[in-house]
Every structure is written in structure tokens, then in C-alpha cells.
Design a protein. Structure first.
Length: 624
């Protein structure tokens, strides 16, 4: 007994003197996920290694079953070392005259991944000791997590998360049997079994693990996701956001397509947020191939720019709650001086006597400046400051009347947050990209916010969606083109300009930004539209005739190989099929259309009927 106690004390002392070497598992990259846990973007670990912390619960059961069955059948029974496997390895090696099998358990492999060493007898003995130590300190599933995080997959890929995303474009929880077999095979000899270099060799081992021939292995790495990477702060192993991956992916494609039609060196920023929660659902910042080289690396949703006339609705709202004006009040748009300041309208003309509602909709300058003069620019700026949204002024400058026309700076995120207040109860909350409590600040009276929302609600031009309250803004010289709007569920902000602030002569918010705003709302699930009176019928008839998207169903996973037939039922023809807001060529007499996916990713499929009813599905296109 005394000898056993002495041995136990020695082991405890050695364990404390030489604790498990866990440094490598702590050096991981950052995985940015959306509100449903889907991978949005990845940032590599120091040194450019794609390595991400992965727990056993985050991997498909079929992968874990394949791993244990192939590498260590008695993993859940042994204490870190499997004597039978070691004895078998010694016999095989002796017969062959060289190393055939190392007899390593998954725990021993985890120890070797934590402390890489040359393959020698001394190293094997250290691995055995470290494996016993790991079993002492960690559960079996925690040891699996070490392996899942550090297993090599060739080149700068480490860990099953990086392997699954790089070879199949999916997270490890979605791995199927043949995919799991390949990702169990590669770590045996990661450079000699890379699918892009040695497809035949790794296919042979994959099929042996499967015990039957499988489909062709991928021979090209899938581009790792980079959605909104530059706009999410932090370097934690995993950052959860409020974004929605299908919407984010669709918004990026729409923005890229729009940029191709815009002037040289133009960039844009778009923010889509939930109106009630003020959580950001999608945001884009970047430029086209003809833009400044660093445009895609900048977060232009945080850039301070001149809002032009986009602050006018808040001037009117404050004036209404003070009793200075009502929507039907007549105001004068006539030449007037405010001290040395003599503003003009955008067209350098004057409209005379108009209602306040018309003056706001037409974005007339004189009435807005006159109302700000009555409110007081200092008071207006202070009210914004109290909500946590400050106007940016030149050093030493005080708020003055020109802020009504863009004489102060604000960011797209903050301006979008202000418009969300118009769409709800008048309270302001900063938009949130990360989950957390919402801090609200009083700004406008609910009736004033509702009145302005009513004034601004009008159909977007060029056949854009209806039921949107929206306003534009254009700064001096066309440097900044804005369009902001909201419906009953979302608020959207758009900014377009050049990152260096150079002028875009002739550019306006209505001409540049409004079409992008309309496209953004087209991507969203809008509120159900009323059915025209002549189309109404009894409940049974209405249910039978309701527009439905038969294929693809929601959350479907489609193959990127070949075209997909989109099918609908019900609704009044002609039907219009759209993918991410872009129409698909189809026969108007039919209820189907052929769509060729441009590549892997998330897409929103929409069908519209002649009465404006809509049905939608969010789908994913896989690499195979």
C-alpha cells in the first residue's frame, strides 16, 4: 500500500511538473456565424493556418462513428493506450521489417497533434505517457475535440471544420458517409492524400473505409466563406452575429451586380435590419472590380459621410411634436436669408406655397431650413446626441442651419437606426450586429414618427415594391448618394459614393441609390399583399388557388451540377420567377422555369403571380 501511495504521489508530481501541452489547441482562427449558427466567414489563425476549434457535438454522428471505427475501435473502453493494438503493431512491424502500423489510439494521436515530434521509439513512449495524462484530465469527447481541431488536412488546413469547408463547402455537422470517409482518410498522410493532388490514391483509401465504391472525390478546394468578414469585430474563436446567411449571400450578389453598372471607382454600403429588434440581418460594403483596390476591405457602413437631405424627416418630426407644423400645414418655399445663409432648392427654383407633407416628399430646402431655425440647430443636434447618435462636425464648429442640407457627417449604420425609429415608436436604438440587450432612447413622439412614416410611404419608382416609406439624400457635388426606407418588418439603408470623397457630378440619391434600395426590398420576405376584390373566393377555393412554390422547398440542398427546374402551383398567371431578386427567363404560360445555379452558396427563390402574391424559399446549392 505504501508503495502504491508513493507511486501515486510520483505520478501526481510528474503531472504537475509536466502538465499537458495545450498551447496549440488555443491558437485557432475565428469563425463568424450567423443567427442560426451557419458559417459566414473565417479568419485564419496566426501564421495563416486555417484551424478552428471544433467540439464533438459540432460534428455529424456519422463522422465520429467512421473515425472511431477506422482509427480506434476500443476508444471508449481503453485508458488512452490499447495494449492489443500496440502488440499487433509490433508484430506487423517485425514481420515487415519496417513500420506498418503505429498502434496509436485516438488519444495518442491527440497527444502527438498537441506536441508534434519525429516518429521514433522515444516519441512513441512520450505519446503513451501523454495519452494516459490526457485521459486523466479530459473526457473522451473532449479528447475527440482535440483531434477534431488539430488533425492535418494538407497544406495550411488543420481540423475537420477547415477540411469540411475546404473540400465540401459545408460545416462538419452536415457531413454524410462518403464525405466523412474522405475526411477520416486524409489525416493519415495529409500531403500524400490531398484530393487535389492525389485523387486516385485517396479515393482508394476512402472506398476501403466505406467498404464500397463512392462518388468521385472533390479535386478542387472550395473557397472558404468570407461574408461580411471586415465588418465583424473581434478575434474570439467563434463570434455569433445577428446576420442571416441566405439574405447576406443574396445581398452581396445583388450589390456586386449593381456595381458593374455604376461609375468608375464607386463603392457602396447597404444595411438591412429587423425593424423591431434593430438587429442587422445583412450588410455589404465594397466596390466593383473598377473601384479602388482596397474598397472591399473597408467598412463603409461606418464611414462618416454627408447625409444631404436625409435628415429632413427628423426635422419635420421634431417640428410636428412641438406643434410648429402638421402634414397639411402650408409652408413657403420662397427665397429667404437666414443671416448670411441663403439656401436654394436642388433645382435652383422655388415651389411657392405647399403643404408640409409635399415639401418633405419633394425634399424642398427652404421649408426644412426654416423649421430647423425654429427648433434650433443646437437643440436638434443635442436630441440626436442624447440617443447615442452624434452628428460629426468640423473641429471647433457648432451645429448650424446647414445641417438640414447635409452640413454634418453621419454613418450609414446610424442613419439607418434613425429611420428605424420612424418605422416604430420613435425610440432610437443603435443597430446591433452582435446578440445582446437592446438599449432604447427616447427621441420622437410616436404620433410624430407615425405621421412622417405616412408622408414618406409611397411606391418606389421604376416598378419597385410598394408599401415602403423612403427618403433620399444627395450631398454637394454628388459625393454621397443615399436612399433609406422601411416597411412593416425591415429597415434598409443604402449609401453610394467614392471612398476618397471625390465628386460624382450628376449623381443623386434617386438615380443611384433608390434602385439599389428597391432591389434590397425585393430580396426580403415582404408582408402578404392584399388580394384584389375580384380575385377573392371562399376559404376552400382560396386555399386551393393560393400561390405555392413546389420546388425547391424551404431549406433544400441542391447540386451545382446542371440546371434546376423551379415549379409553382396556384396563383394567377403569368408567373415570374426570381432568384435573389433577378428574374429568370420563363414561358409566361407555364408554371415552371429552368435555373442554372452560378455556383455553391445560399440563394432566395421567389415566384410572383399577376396579382402580386409571392412565395419564397431559401435554399443552398452544394459543390456537388
Amino acid at each position: 500500500m505504501g508503495l502504491l501511495l508513493a507511486l501515486l504521489a510520483l505520478l501526481i508530481g510528474l503531472d504537475r511538473a509536466y502538465p499537458p501541452a495545450l498551447a496549440r489547441i488555443g491558437v485557432v482562427g475565428t469563425e463568424i456565424v450567423d443567427r442560426a449558427g451557419r458559417t459566414l466567414a473565417l479568419r485564419p489563425a496566426p501564421g495563416g493556418v486555417w484551424r478552428f476549434r471544433t467540439a464533438a457535438d459540432e460534428v455529424s454522428p456519422v463522422f465520429l462513428e467512421t473515425l472511431v471505427r477506422t482509427e480506434d475501435r476500443r476508444f471508449y473502453q481503453h485508458p488512452g493506450v490499447d495494449p492489443a493494438a500496440l502488440l499487433r503493431a509490433v508484430i506487423q512491424d517485425a514481420r515487415a521489417g519496417h513500420i506498418v502500423s503505429g498502434g496509436s489510439t485516438l488519444t495518442m494521436q491527440a497527444a502527438r497533434l498537441l506536441e508534434p515530434r519525429p516518429r521514433t521509439v522515444r516519441s512513441k513512449l512520450i505519446e503513451i505517457a501523454r495519452a494516459l495524462q490526457l485521459e486523466w484530465h479530459f473526457s473522451k469527447r473532449e479528447i475527440l475535440g482535440i483531434w477534431l481541431t488539430l488533425a492535418p488536412y494538407g497544406g495550411n488546413l488543420e481540423g475537420v471544420r477547415a477540411g469540411a469547408l475546404a473540400w465540401y463547402g459545408i460545416p462538419p455537422r452536415l457531413l454524410e458517409a462518403e464525405q466523412a470517409a474522405l475526411l477520416v482518410a486524409i489525416p493519415r498522410r495529409p500531403e500524400a492524400l490531398r484530393p487535389d493532388r492525389h485523387a486516385a490514391r485517396v479515393t482508394q483509401l476512402r472506398d476501403r473505409i466505406l467498404t464500397e465504391p463512392g462518388p468521385p472525390v472533390p479535386v478542387h478546394r472550395v473557397a472558404l466563406p468570407v461574408h461580411a468578414r471586415q465588418m465583424v469585430p473581434g478575434r474570439a474563436p467563434r463570434i455569433a452575429t445577428t446576420l442571416d446567411l441566405p439574405l447576406q449571400s443574396a445581398l452581396e450578389r445583388m450589390a456586386d451586380g449593381r456595381l458593374q453598372t455604376m461609375p468608375d471607382r464607386v463603392s457602396l454600403g447597404i444595411v438591412i435590419a429587423d425593424l423591431q429588434s434593430r438587429e442587422v440581418r445583412a450588410l455589404v460594403s465594397g466596390g466593383s472590380g473598377r473601384s479602388e483596390p482596397r474598397a472591399w476591405a473597408l467598412d463603409l457602413t461606418r464611414a462618416v459621410r454627408s447625409p444631404g437631405s436625409a435628415l429632413k424627416p427628423f426635422i419635420y418630426a421634431m417640428a410636428m411634436q412641438e406643434g410648429f407644423v402638421a402634414p397639411e400645414t402650408r409652408v413657403e418655399d420662397l427665397p429667404r436669408r437666414f443671416g448670411a445663409y441663403a439656401p436654394e432648392d436642388f433645382d435652383r427654383g422655388f415651389a411657392g406655397s405647399v403643404t408640409a407633407a409635399e415639401a418633405l416628399r419633394r425634399s424642398l430646402n427652404l421649408p426644412a431650413v426654416a423649421l430647423l431655425d425654429r427648433i434650433g440647430p443646437l437643440r436638434f443636434a443635442a436630441a440626436l446626441q442624447a440617443t447615442g447618435i452624434a452628428l460629426r462636425l468640423p473641429p471647433g464648429a457648432d451645429p448650424s442651419l446647414p445641417i438640414a442640407l447635409g452640413g454634418a457627417g453621419i454613418t450609414l449604420r446610424d442613419l439607418t437606426a434613425l429611420y428605424a425609429a420612424l418605422g416604430t415608436d420613435g425610440e432610437v436604438s443603435r443597430l446591433r450586429l452582435l446578440p445582446g440587450p437592446r438599449a432604447m432612447a427616447g427621441f420622437l413622439a410616436p404620433n410624430a414618427a407615425a405621421a412622417i412614416a405616412g408622408v414618406l410611404t409611397q411606391k418606389l419608382p421604376d416598378s419597385g415594391p410598394g408599401g415602403i416609406a423612403w427618403k433620399t439624400g444627395t450631398s454637394w457635388g454628388g459625393r454621397d448618394a443615399w436612399a433609406l426606407g422601411f416597411d412593416k418588418r425591415h429597415v434598409v439603408g443604402v449609401w453610394i459614393g467614392r471612398p476618397d470623397g471625390t465628386a460624382l457630378p450628376g449623381a443623386t440619391g434617386r438615380g443611384l441609390a433608390v434602385p439599389v434600395l428597391a432591389s434590397a426590398f425585393d430580396l426580403l420576405d415582404s408582408a402578404p399583399r392584399p388580394v384584389p376584390a375580384q380575385a377573392r373566393a371562399g376559404p376552400a377555393r382560396a386555399a386551393a388557388d393560393a400561390l405555392r412554390l413546389l420546388f425547391p422547398p424551404p431549406q433544400a440542398v441542391l447540386s451545382a451540377e446542371g440546371s434546376v427546374t423551379l415549379r409553382a402551383m396556384g396563383g394567377r398567371r403569368p408567373l415570374t420567377f426570381l432568384v435573389d431578386g433577378a428574374p429568370i427567363v420563363a414561358n409566361p404560360a407555364k408554371r415552371e422555369a429552368a435555373w442554372l445555379p452560378p455556383g455553391p452558396g445560399f440563394y432566395r427563390v421567389t415566384v410572383l403571380d399577376a396579382d402580386g402574391a409571392a412565395a419564397r424559399s431559401a435554399v443552398r446549392v452544394s459543390a456537388r
